[in-house]
Design a protein around this ligand. Structure first.
Ligand code: NAP
Ligand code: F7E
Length: 320
């Protein structure tokens, strides 16, 4: 089996590449040119991967990437994925995260209509939630240009499935985290920040809205769900989540507690991290995935906090 993964240099792409290699796949990563190479997350497996240079903004480069890799499966994980940046660069976000999906689907349709296609949809599409918990039938109400772009990409995936009978699936994944999470996302910012404080490398941590609630799972668990979706007889969309919700404040408390620190002594609120509008509460119902894919989350909230805090503490200690 051959797979083409966009966003292979990102958190999910790197775990998915490892997972597919273990399953015996030939894995092609679609990467965009940069003046400084950005392969940190895949350095340990780079010799086993093949790379094709393309950009989600550039239709012909995507066609060439598919021509060269001749994939049986395409995993479209590439996107501008940081919500605050989507207000600063709404048009670019629409291009990468929204139209990029159409460019991938168009290229796939022209090259090989039988290719299986996975789209990285997001719980951000539920935004100002219309019901609790959220499932595959919950109406969308996105609250950021990122969420709006994801809704567009989601419906293009549904539309190509229905218009051209393509095997195209959307995984509506709730927040998933890991030691490989980008430093600006709140979970990593907190575990990294707390570890720095514990080691005397910082004396405070500035955050925004502590009341928002998220359904946080472990990225490594979620990757398997993507693969399972493409292994079914029929293409469908699935919610992937833990079913538990916790506030940012609870994440902060648990992370500092792991290091025997009292968070209230160190955390400051900085208004610049507060968004024009936020998503107040997310909690997913993934009973469809449980029933049809046999998928279930394995790492709970405290387990995830521990994995990330321990990793960051040990990493920073080694650098000293
Ligand atoms: P990430 O770490 O930010 O990785 C994003 C990837 O997209 C990077 O490899 C990046 O490449 C690539 N990319 C960005 N713009 C591109 C372009 N124009 N052309 C080609 N590649 C481009 O994101 P992640 O957390 O792994 O998430 C993976 C996907 O799942 C994203 O689509 C995200 O929106 C979606 N998602 C994530 C979550 C979550 O909680 N993590 C939840 C739901 C959905 P560079 O390294 O070159 O920047
Ligand atoms: O924010 C609050 C912030 O940036 C979580 C992406 O992977 O998941 C991610 O989007 C919450 C928000 O993730 C800070 O206001 C407080 O309520 O970690 P985040 P996100 O926006 O939920 C979804 C599913 C995706 O699809 C996205 O690609 O935490 N918060 N203080 C803060 N957030 C950040 N980043 N920094 C703060 O200082």
């Amino acid at each position: 089996m051959r797979a083409l993964v966009t966003g292979i240099t990102g958190q999910d792409g790197s775990y998915l590449a490892e997972f597919l290699l273990d399953k015996g796949y030939e894995v092609y990563g679609m990467v965009r040119r940069s003046s400084v190479e950005n392969f940190n997350r895949i350095e340990h497996i780079r010799d086993k991967l093949k790379f094709v240079q393309a950009d989600l903004l550039d239709q012909l480069s995507i066609i060439d990437a598919i021509k060269e890799s001749r994939p049986d499966e395409i995993y479209n994980l590439g996107a501008m994925s940081f919500v605050p940046t989507s207000w600063k660069q709404p048009v670019l976000t629409g291009e990468f995260t929204g139209l990029g999906v159409t460019r991938m689907l168009e290229a796939a349709r022209h090259m090989n209509k039988n290719v299986k296609f996975y789209q990285a949809s997001s719980s951000e599409m539920f935004g100002k939630v219309r019901e609790v918990p959220q499932n595959e039938n919950t109406p969308f109400y996105p609250r950021s240009p990122y969420g709006v772009a994801k809704v567009y990409g989601h419906y293009m995936t549904v539309n190509y499935r229905e218009s051209y009978d393509m095997f195209a699936c959307s995984g509506i994944l709730f927040n998933h985290e890991s030691p490989r999470r980008g430093l600006e996302f709140v979970t990593k910012k907190v575990t990294y920040g707390a570890a720095k404080i514990k080691l005397g490398l910082a004396d405070s941590l500035c955050l925004g809205n502590l009341d928002a609630k998220r359904d946080w799972g472990y990225a490594k668990d979620y990757i398997e769900a993507m693969w399972l979706m493409l292994k079914q007889d029929t293409p469908e969309d699935y919610v992937i989540s833990t079913g538990e919700t916790h506030s940012v404040k609870e994440w902060v408390e648990a992370s500092f507690k792991c290091l025997d620190l009292d968070w209230e002594k160190y955390v400051k609120i900085d208004k610049s991290f507060i968004r024009p509008v936020d998503v107040d509460l997310l909690v997913g119902d993934s009973s469809k995935a449980e029933k049809k894919l046999g998928w279930k989350t394995k790492v709970n909230f405290n387990g995830l906090v521990k994995i990330m805090v321990e990793y960051d503490y040990n990493y920073l200690k080694k650098q000293m």
